[in-house]
Write a protein of this length. Sequence first.
Length: 253
Amino acid sequence: MTNIVLEIKDLHVAYGKVEALHGASMAVSAGQIVTVIGPNGAGKSTMLNAIAGAMASNCSMRGSIRLLGEEVAQTPIENRVAQGMCLVPENRELFTSMSVEDNLLLGSYPRYRTKVRNYADQLDVVYGLFPRLRERRKQQAGTMSGGERQMLAVGRALMAKPKVLLLDEPSLGLAPLIVKEIFHIIVRLKETGVAVLLVEQNARAALQAADYAYVLETGDVVLEGPASQLANDPKVIETYLGLARPAPESEPA
């Protein structure tokens, strides 16, 4: 794998004495979408929060997390953001009383803080990906639909001009048509060159969108490979896709 942006090796995460992640290893390259699928409680969100540096206070972690070749396992979350890593959490964490545009501009604060000129220049990129956000830029974030809020959460992360984007369950709570729209946008992110690590319970949509996939079960990586290959793996089909035969080839949903 060339142009590796994010590399995880032997990552262990524990809540007190209970280990939730047992030595996970994975890598994501520039312009690549990598997904992690698995059942509830498998450790997917725990892994993503550990990578981002957003672990709960009762968590402990050991292992290697390298961002652009630099070890960041002990680096505070704000430094990881400044170095090019952004997490879009499951609950989106928007400022609901602020406008869409103000939420987006807050996403560019890490660049503003480091005195980057034209720190808000990503607005046009974000509005190009999400025309609806441009239309509703003066609207309060709290009045938007679930799908629009998810678009805003991803757009706000992109304002920091990340090298790697961590997406935690982007389809959660959304209607099927909106899920399809969100995943089309995730696929389009590849055009920007950003690396995407996607944690998702909707295995079908995730495998159609991704280039490479890992299956996480009870804290262990039990399977990995090209996403199209896993989509036709009998175990994945039976456990996660609910099909009695291989998934037909189709465009990303």
